[in-house]
Design a protein around this ligand. Structure first.
Ligand code: FES
Length: 251
């Protein structure tokens, strides 16, 4: 049951400063907590409530609404197997039964070593590659029983760690544009921003902070796109999986 680490608190404060209202950063902060522990602990929710000046009940109310946020422990690898119509017609239930047999657990359970959780899910938007599954939201299509076994063996042996990070890690691209350390942000805001008109005193607009630091104006999405493109080049398909992991929506 962990509160957020100091490093995450710093990241959280930078993220909160991006929004006109601190509570708007709630979901990003919940994802940070889930990245830290693999799931969202009660202590983390209380800590987030403190950071956002909310009640723990408000944080829990939001966290419990979303499927991608887990309020109880899950395995290092969350295996989400689709049994919706396209996958059902192409062997989705057979794949689910095979997975249950291979990992010796039922859907909804976690293996004794804490490595794998199986869940049955609705359409994951890769219907053209049915039957499909996702591991920690990295997508695999046309999965056969043999391919599933190979994927699980590779994951268990730690050979796919560069391609599929532990559960909770949505993205390894860190936003840089628009983010400054909290102290710098406050200083930059007092230099250039009419902060007295902002709903939250001391919080400047992201673009203003960038201008103050670099002296140049740049669309806030441009740098993030460049960072994402450069990181995407590093994310290659895992060797030997049933098929290359795919981004959601490619089906
Ligand atoms: S029905 Fe399985 S991905 Fe759409």
């Amino acid at each position: 049951m962990a509160r957020l680490s100091q490093q995450l608190v710093d990241r959280a404060r930078d993220t909160i400063a991006l929004y006109p209202h601190p509570r708007s950063a709630l979901i990003p902060l919940l994802h940070m907590a889930q990245e830290q522990d693999g799931w969202v602990t009660s202590d983390a929710m209380e800590h987030i409530a403190e950071l956002l000046d909310l009640t723990p009940a408000e944080v829990r109310g939001t966290a419990s609404f979303y499927d991608m946020l887990f309020l109880e422990p899950v395995g290092k690898y969350l295996v989400s197997i689709c049994t919706n119509i396209a996958c059902l017609l192409n062997g989705g239930y057979e794949l689910l039964e095979h997975a249950e047999e291979k990992l010796d657990i039922k859907a909804g359970a976690t293996t004794a070593d804490g490595k794998f959780t199986i869940e049955e899910v609705e359409c994951i938007a890769l219907c053209g590659q049915a039957p499909c599954l996702a591991v920690n939201w990295r997508f695999f299509g046309k999965v056969t029983g043999e391919g599933f076994d190979h994927l699980v063996d590779e994951l268990a042996a730690g050979r796919l760690e560069n391609d599929i990070p532990p559960h909770g890690t949505l993205c390894r691209v860190r936003r840089a544009v628009g983010l400054l350390g909290s102290a710098q942000a406050t200083e930059a805001a007092s230099d250039v921003a009419p902060v007295q008109e902002a709903p939250e005193a001391g919080i400047a607009q992201p673009d203003q902070k960038v201008e103050a630091e670099s002296g140049e104006s740049k669309p806030s999405s441009q740098g993030a796109t460049e960072d994402a493109a450069s990181d995407a080049a590093k994310l290659e398909s895992p060797p030997g999986g049933p098929s290359a992991p795919r981004e959601k929506g490619e089906g």
